[in-house]
Design a protein around this ligand. Structure first.
Ligand code: C2E
Ligand code: MG
Ligand code: MG
Length: 648
């Protein structure tokens, strides 16, 4: 009688049980591929257990155990047919996205397995594959090898499919499948030479571990800080739900004060806040899955509306209380975005972009706030997407325009300078607000390109219209914060001006107040480049940000533009008026030239004149104008200039 070596089988079983435990613990079972992997894994384990049992019974060869020996062998043979089939199904799970195949196709696919399965189940009567006699001894049947042939055909199918579908599968999966096939083939060939060493089960175990480590390892989707699933897994999950049109609802929770916590209390406390938030979120519902999507954002997938609503309420309550971290209370309000029936979204990318859009609608906040997607926000998002797409074309084809909003001097009674403002017109959606397309260009790292195009356009327009340069003392150009951070960009702007031949002193750049205190180091370099070339600097939107006035005043600004928002209520509210008046007085005392932005009425103009503001930019005098509009307006300037000359 042959003595079998079961060491390989035992170690394979041990190995697979550990993989099963880790796989189940992470609960990463909801995608088609995970389910197919689990099926393959369970069949591999069952195959090894049955192989071990059969080996024991065959070795013992006891008459009383003949029936159980035969039963185990039947099951083992059956599984050896099913294992390659389940491998093929697993591979298919990556590229077959239809919900259900037509009946005839399913029948065609199942037919060979059904026929083989029936033959194995009926083996007791015909003994085609094996036989166990009354003494318990095992004999191979005449068609014993047909089972290996059957498995071989399926393995061949896997090889061909992985080759044909290589593009859809991706190189990583194809490589794993090839490694798997090589390992299985080696083990089967070895076993055919050395019948006593049971290597097939070992080969299956190695194959499964290759898949576990490269494709279906739930830990590859785990965020190391919080232990939650990461964004890749969210994409995989939602991709699966979207494909199947399976109902799901999504919540995004943003620890919006994390940056502040990091800055004030240190990153250790910030990390603890993140970890604690993750723990809290995991308690909102048994069926609710929590993911960490980026630095301070978490995503939750809720299977039902009631779970969505419960989670929403719990999160609002949880985060309105301070967290206890390292003995101190840390208040960490959250911004929550909710999308119900997320299965109606076009794709996972659309869903995540929509969430980004929703969170962009929430202003920085010091308390927990909620925004839920509705028809209106969805329309706004689709509009933004359309503009984002058009912006790319506009940059490639240089479709922007430059408008100029003149600044009026109340003492000189004429226009003295102008601000260049970008304009963009969508062929069907009409004019796009600069706040929208500048914001998008900043988000998508296109702002430097846009700014350079506009700089060239401004120089060309000015050279073509000497009247503008004769009438005005200068043009101001907006500089986005991100432009200051872009290496080499400021030099390009300066070069463009110098190459145009227009005196550099005709230009000045507008920098917002927040930038002036935030990006000190980069800003300083930019400032040196501008001032070195003789280009001026102007502070824009003064009073709208949270500037560190001390650092602002260190920069060489000569002109300060008062933000339009400060104008609100100066005619009706004594406090608003006092704030404006006193701010202007301080700035004038420090020898700054003050420009009032957003002046719309004669009452506002009167007050500003009383407070000593002589430079006015606003719709009261003129909206932003095209070059032709500006030239027309400047004709009135000529008359005023003549008057001025006559008077002096
Ligand atoms: P800003 O630099 O503060 O420009 C002034 C904005 O206020 C302009 O809006 C102008 O049309 C508007 N405005 C001027 N007077 C009045 C008024 O009396 N009433 C009202 N309601 N609004 C007035 P616009 O053109 O929509 O530009 C918005 C912002 O977009 C600008 O604010 C600027 O920050 C940015 N921007 C525009 N063009 C560019 C550009 O080429 N580059 C960069 N980086 N930013 C730009
Ligand atoms: Mg400006
Ligand atoms: Mg402004």
């Amino acid at each position: 009688m042959m003595a079998y070596n079961v060491d390989f089988l035992l170690s394979a079983l041990f190995f697979l049980l550990i993989i099963l435990r880790h796989f189940m613990e992470q609960r990463a079972l909801n995608t088609k591929s995970s389910k197919a992997f689990l099926a393959f894994l369970l069949m591999g384990i069952a195959n090894i257990i049955l192989d071990l049992l059969c080996t024991v019974f065959i070795t013992l060869a006891k008459p009383g155990l003949a029936w159980i020996s035969e039963f185990c062998l039947t099951m083992l043979y059956l599984l050896q047919v099913l294992v390659p089939v389940s491998l093929l199904n697993y591979i298919r799970s990556f590229y077959e996205h239809e919900r259900k195949l037509p009946h005839w196709q399913r029948l065609c696919r199942a037919a060979p397995v059904l026929v083989m399965g029936m033959l194995i189940l009926c083996n007791h009567w015909h003994g085609l594959f094996f036989r166990v006699d009354s003494s318990g001894a095992y004999f191979r049947g005449p068609y014993y090898l047909s089972m290996y042939l059957f498995a071989g055909l399926y393995i061949l199918a896997v090889t061909v499919i992985s080759h044909l579908k290589a593009e859809q599968l991706g190189w990583k999966k194809v490589r794993a499948i090839h490694e798997l096939l090589i390992v299985v083939s080696i083990c089967v060939v070895l076993q055919s030479f050395y019948h006593d060493i049971l290597l097939t089960g070992f080969g299956i175990a190695i194959s499964i571990s290759i898949l576990f480590f490269t494709i279906n390892n739930p830990y590859q989707y785990t965020d190391s800080l919080t232990g939650l699933f990461d964004m890749n897994y969210f994409r995989e999950q939602t991709g699966y739900f979207l494909m199947r049109k399976k109902t799901f609802h999504v919540l995004e929770v943003d620890l919006c004060q994390l940056k502040r916590i990091n800055r004030i209390l240190g990153t250790d406390v910030g990390n603890q806040a993140l970890y604690q938030a993750a723990q809290m979120l995991q308690q909102v519902g048994k069926n609710v899955r929590v993911f960490r999507s980026s630095g301070k954002r978490f995503l939750l997938i809720c299977p039902t509306i009631s779970e969505y609503e419960t989670a929403l309420n719990q999160i609002q309550t949880m985060f309105s209380q301070p967290m206890e971290i390292g003995g101190s209370s840390v208040l960490s309000p959250v911004a929550i975005c909710g999308i119900m029936h997320a299965e109606q979204m076009d794709s996972c990318e659309f869903l995540t972009n929509y969430l980004d859009y929703l969170s962009s609608l929430i202003a920085t906040t010091t308390r927990t706030v909620l925004i839920q997607g509705n028809q209106e926000t969805l329309r706004g998002f689709r509009y933004t997407q359309e503009i984002e797409h058009f912006l790319q074309i506009a940059l490639e084809e240089d479709l922007f325009e430059v408008y100029f909003q003149p600044v009026y001097s109340t003492t000189k009674k004429r226009y003295v300078s102008a601000e260049a403002l970008s304009r963009l017109r969508h062929p069907t959606l009409g004019p796009v607000s600069p706040d929208v397309f500048i914001g998008l260009a900043e988000k998508n790292d296109q702002i430097a390109r846009l700014s350079l195009l506009q700089m060239r356009r401004i120089c060309t327009l000015l050279k073509e219209s000497p009247e503008i340069m004769e009438q005005l003392q200068g043009v101001k150009i907006n500089l986005s914060p991100l432009e200051i951070l872009k290496r080499g960009h400021i030099q390009q702007l300066v070069d463009t001006i110098l190459e145009s031949g227009i005196p550099a002193s005709f230009f000045s750049f507008e920098i917002t107040e927040t930038v002036a205190s935030d990006y000190t180091e980069n800003l300083r370099k930019a400032v040196d480049l501008f001032t070195g070339a003789g280009i001026g600097l102007c502070m824009d939107d003064f009073g709208s940000g949270y500037a560190n006035l001390n650092s602002v005043l260190k920069l060489p600004f000569s002109v300060i533009k008062m933000d339009r928002s400060l104008m609100a209520g100066i005619c009706t509210d004594e406090k608003a008026a006092a704030l404006y008046r006193n701010t202007v007085a301080v700035l004038r005392n420090m020898d700054f030239t003050v420009i009032a932005e957003g002046v719309e009425t004669s009452a506002e103009l009167k007050l500003l004149s009383d407070w000593g503001v002589e430079m006015i930019q606003g719709f009261y005098f003129s909206p932003p104008l095209s070059r032709a509009g500006l030239l027309k307006l400047l004709q009135t300037n000529c008359a005023a200039a003549e008057d001025e000359k006559r008077n002096t």
